[in-house]
Every structure is written in C-alpha cells, then in structure tokens.
Ligand binder design. Structure first.
Ligand code: FAD
Length: 552
C-alpha cells in the first residue's frame, strides 16, 4: 500500500542544500535531527538499520562511529536476549534481566521508535510509522486494541474483543533518508492457516509474549481453586498445550515444567496431580535438527519429568470454550479453550502457546514486493545479462525464493532484485541479515548464533570498506543447546565447521553437565555486564528461595 506522508512535527522532512552534499552525505530528503538524532553527523554516511534484534542491535554497536552515523528504526526500544526468554516466562529471571536498551549514551547510535512500512529505492528513503504509543507492532499489546504482527500482517489482540484503532494510536508517518540500508526486521510466528490459532493462541517471540504466558499460567491456577470451578473445568484450565517441538517449544515446556511442578505446586498443594503439560508436534520426533540419539534422549528425559510429548499429532483448530460446548465461541479467559487434533479429538486447555516456526512479516512480503524504477547507480551488477547499469532504469521486483520467503541476498548480504525478464541485480547499498534474509548459497539456520555472526561480519566489511576483496560470509557452527528441565540439557557439538548443521560429534553432551554449560554459555553471551551479573545472581537466588511467582 502507498501511505500518505503528513507533517510530523520535529521529524518533518526538509530539503537539503544538495550543492553542498558530499559523496559521504545522504543526498535524499533530510530530516531535522536536532532532537531525534543527537549523534548524527552529515559528514558521515548514514546507515539506517531496520530492527533492534540480534541483527540490528549488534550491527549498530559494531559499526565504526568515526565513519558512520547509524540510526536504528524499530518498534521496540530494546534488544531481547531471546535464548533466555523462556526463563522469564517461568519466573526464573526478571524480564529486565534479558533486555538491553537501544538508547545508550555510550553507543553513538540514534534511535527512532517506529515501524518501517515501505522503501523508496529511488529517493533512498524509508517510510516509517511511529509506534511509540503502541509499544511496538511485534509485541503483545498492553490493553486491547493494539496490534501485533503475524504472517497475515498486523492484527488486534486476542485478549480483548477486536477494537477499532483509536485516533491517538495511529502513528505519525515520516520518511527517513539513508545512504546504506540494513534490513533486519526478523520473522513472525507461522500458523499454517490453522483455524483459530491466529486469534486464540499465544505466540512466543518477545517480552510481551513471555509476560502473557506467565500471567495466564498464574491466572489458570487461581481460576482452578475458585470454589465455583467444576472439577472438569479445573482439569482443563490446568491442562497446558505447547505446539511445536523445536528448540523454542522444548525449552518453554522445560521451563514451565520447572515452574509448575516445583513452584506452583508448593503454592497449590490441593491441586496436586492435576496440572498437565503437553507438547504437540506433527513430526514423529522432537528437536529434529539434533542427532537421533540426542533427540531420543530429549524425549525420554522430558517424558520422565512429567511432560506429555505428543509427536505425530496434527492440530486442526483452537477455539474458546470447553469441549462439546455449542457456538458462539467467544473469548472468555475465565474458562478454557478447546484444542482439536486429528488423533485425540477435542481437548480442553487453559492455554495454548504456538511455537511452530517462522513466517515473513508484512514489511518483507508486501512493502518490498514491487519497487518503482530506481537509478542505475544503485545497482552493483546485473547477472546473466548484457544490460549495463546505465540502461537499468526499469521496474525491478524483489526476488522471493520461495514465494513469500525471506529476501534473497548474495554472499555479501546485499539484497538481490529480479526484474520480469528474470535478470538479477545486486543492490549496492541495501543489505539484509538475520531471519528475514536468505543467502543464495550456504544459507545458515535462522538462529541468533548465525544472525550475530552475520552482523559482526557485515560491520567489519563496512568499517574496512573491503567488500569487493573479501570472500563471501560463511557461517561457523559453534554447536546447539537445549534445556530439558530439572537441571538437564543437551548439547550438540559440530564435527566440522563446514557451515551446515548436519555433521556433529556423536553423542554430544547430556544431562547436568550440559545444563551447567548451558547456563555458563548464556551468562557469557549476555550483552551487558549488568545483565550477566543479574542473571547469575537470580539463578543463585532461585536455588535458595524459589522462582518469582508474582502475577502482574
Ligand atoms: P529479531 O531478533 O527478531 O529482531 C527483529 C527486530 O525487528 C525487532 O526489534 C523487531 O521489533 C523489529 N521489527 C519488526 N518489524 C519491523 C519493522 N516493520 N520496521 C522496523 N523494525 C521492525 N537462536 C539461537 O541461536 N539460540 C537460541 O537459544 C535461541 N533461542 C530462541 C528462543 C526464542 C523464544 C526465540 C523466539 C528465538 C530464539 N532463537 C535462538 C532465534 C533467534 O532469536 C533469532 O534467530 C534471532 O532473533 C534473529 O535475529 P533478527 O535480528 O533477524 O530478528
């Protein structure tokens, strides 16, 4: 869609004196940065980074402030250390222990809280929508009416009936010019079009999601002990479902298992034996990217800890209301939901968390789908054709492989475009990394590990300005870990660093040793010293006093 751009106060575009513009200076429409960009310097190249996740945040911190003036545009004013998100949902860590603020006086990085809506390759500008009062399009909403992003695009919350967007919630639109653009907007949850999932499931990508999961578990326990709750409803409210047995689903089930069986049962002894945790997956095994023996170990360990692993189960639908209830199926958090599978039929559940993989956000699938003609000098080279850059003034389309998939990038993370005749062009100044990008060869897995390596590699290349002489990016697999609950984990160690996930040392590391390595690794990898210390301190406190069981 084409958005109308209107006056936006301090961010109103104004025209730069183009005759004074140096080659290192942005030639497009200028913005008044007196408030928004205290670290801006017109003598430096402006690198606009979309997203404050693993790709965007880490890249911005590694770009040389002597050469570049980086600006992050993201609906989220913080970075989330996602590997420990499950620990916050289970009260093992505070939410603040795993976030880093994007605004940091020590890092010379500018920030605007907004979502990118469209790219103009001709003017070299990004059309943005401010999301300050919405608290982020990828977050779960605060109170009803806010939007979150799924593969189908923004939607309103499932915790309140759909509400029309209020006037004050509509973000201001403005354009931000760039010299170099880095797209790192990540991915959204994939529902495979399963009926009722988009409206009624919880997703698990951000702090807001972790807060909602924790709050709902507590809510279900309180509802279950109300004297008015029937034994049947009590059983359903305390029947929790997680769909997707990849690393996120497994670690969430493991953390919730610790929370429910160790901490909640101490608070609600009368509910002993009633709570159940079910992990569903359509595949015949869990953790399919792990070695067969480790996957089997994960399944056996989690089963022995009381998690019901339901592999080869096909989820058909999810709706509010108990099994067998007649329509209408309106949302009612005081009661349970019904999860229907091909194998079990209808089952009552207090909560269903959906963790079945990635889809591309609307910005990638729609806003970048078709672009207007753009100047030939933005094209680095055109492969497989005799067309020279000077005659390239024609409409180009972003290449999608597969359709609706991530942006295709070359080995140097430069976005590739394709025109209607199938000719491919590599853009000079537009890069993509992380979950929203797919290198044409040797695509790394969609993980924080791979995204961090890409961000580091790209920052180094840009700082040294040696892209042309450097071999393409290659992913170095440092191993994969998963927490299994009850202080047990597993770790798969790569056999050869050939950039694939397919070769590993047989057996790996399992059990309590792996759990200690898991903890040490994540403390080490956490970004700030403040959070490293907070995490270590909280894990120690948990051993003495148990996890945080508060409900806000
Ligand atoms: P993200 O980190 O998701 O960041 C995307 C950013 O873009 C966000 O700041 C978002 O707000 C912003 N954004 C969205 N839309 C727009 C827009 N229109 N305009 C501007 N900005 C926008 N990987 C591992 O290697 N190990 C693990 O243990 C691990 N555990 C995980 C646990 C969980 C619960 C989850 C969800 C993921 C986990 N991952 C793990 C995967 C890892 O987090 C992702 O691969 C990684 O975050 C991808 O980085 P990214 O920068 O592409 O996207």
């Amino acid at each position: 869609p084409r958005y109308p751009v209107y006056s936006t106060g301090a961010f109103s575009p104004r025209i730069a004196p183009s005759s004074q513009a140096s080659s290192r200076r942005c030639l497009a429409t200028q913005i008044d940065y007196t408030v928004a960009g205290p670290h801006s310097d017109n003598q430096k190249e402006r690198v606009v980074i979309l997203g404050s996740g693993w790709g965007g945040y880490n890249l911005s911190r590694k770009l040389s402030p002597k050469i570049y003036s980086p600006i992050i545009i993201s609906p989220r004013s913080y970075f989330v250390f996602t590997p420990l998100l499950t620990d916050t949902a289970s009260g093992s860590l505070d939410f603040s222990n795993i976030v880093e603020p994007v605004r940091d006086p020590r890092a010379k990085v500018n920030f605007i809280q907004a979502a990118a809506r469209a790219v103009d390759l001709n003017k070299k500008t990004i059309l943005c929508e401010a999301t300050v009062v919405k608290s982020g399009v990828t977050e779960s909403p605060r109170v009803g009416g806010n939007e979150r992003q799924t593969e189908e695009g923004p939607e309103t919350t499932n915790m309140k009936p759909m509400q029309a967007q209020r006037q004050w919630e509509q973000g201001e639109l403005f354009e931000i010019p760039y010299d170099k653009l880095v797209i790192a907007v990540g991915a959204v949850s994939r529902t495979f079009g399963t009926p009722g999932v988009r409206e009624n499931a919880m997703f698990f990508k951000d702090i807001g999601d972790a807060k909602r999961v924790k709050r709902r578990v507590r809510e279900c326990f309180e509802l279950a002990v109300l004297p008015t709750t029937t034994p049947e409803m009590r059983k359903w409210l305390l029947n929790f479902a997680i769909v997707g047995a990849g690393p996120t689903g497994i670690e969430l089930a493991a953390s919730l298992r610790d929370f429910i069986y160790a901490d909640m049962m101490a608070l609600y002894p009368a509910l002993n034996e009633i709570p159940k945790l079910n992990l569903y997956d359509v595949a015949p095994k869990v953790l399919s990217m792990f070695d067969e023996s480790l996957s089997r170990y994960a399944m056996e360990t989690m089963k022995s800890e009381g998690i019901d692993i339901k592999t080869s189960h096909h989820v058909k639908s999810l709706r509010w209301g108990p099994p067998g209830a007649p329509p209408p199926y309106e949302m009612d958090p005081k009661r349970c939901l019904t999860l229907t599978t091909e194998e079990e039929g209808e089952v009552g559940v207090g909560m269903c968390v959906w963790t079945t993989g990635n889809a591309m956000p609307k910005f990638i699938t729609q806003s970048l789908d078709a672009v207007d003609p753009f100047p030939a000098d933005s094209v680095l080279n055109i492969e497989g054709s005799s067309v020279t850059p000077t005659s390239a003034e024609q409409a180009w389309k972003f290449k999608k492989a597969p359709k609706k998939g991530p942006l295709l990038v070359d080995g140097h993370l430069r976005v590739q475009l394709e025109n209607e005749s199938g000719q491919t062009a590599v853009l000079r100044d537009v890069f993509a990394l992380g979950d929203n990008a797919m290198p044409e060869t040797g695509a790394p897995p969609a993980t924080a590990q791979a995204t961090f390596q890409e961000a580091k590699w790209l920052a180094k290349r840009l700082n040294k300005d040696d892209m042309a002489q450097t071999p393409p990016f290659s992913f170095k697999n440092l191993g994969t870990m998963a927490y299994l609950g009850n202080e047990r984990a597993l770790m798969q160690i790569p056999h050869e660093n050939d950039g694939t996930m397919n070769r590993f040392l047989p057996g790996g590391i399992k059990g309590r040793t792996a759990s200690l390595i898991w903890k040490a690794a994540y403390i080490t990898m956490s970004i700030s010293w403040r959070n490293k210390l907070r995490i270590a301190f909280r894990w120690t406190l948990n051993r003495l006093f148990g996890r945080d069981v508060s409900r806000f």
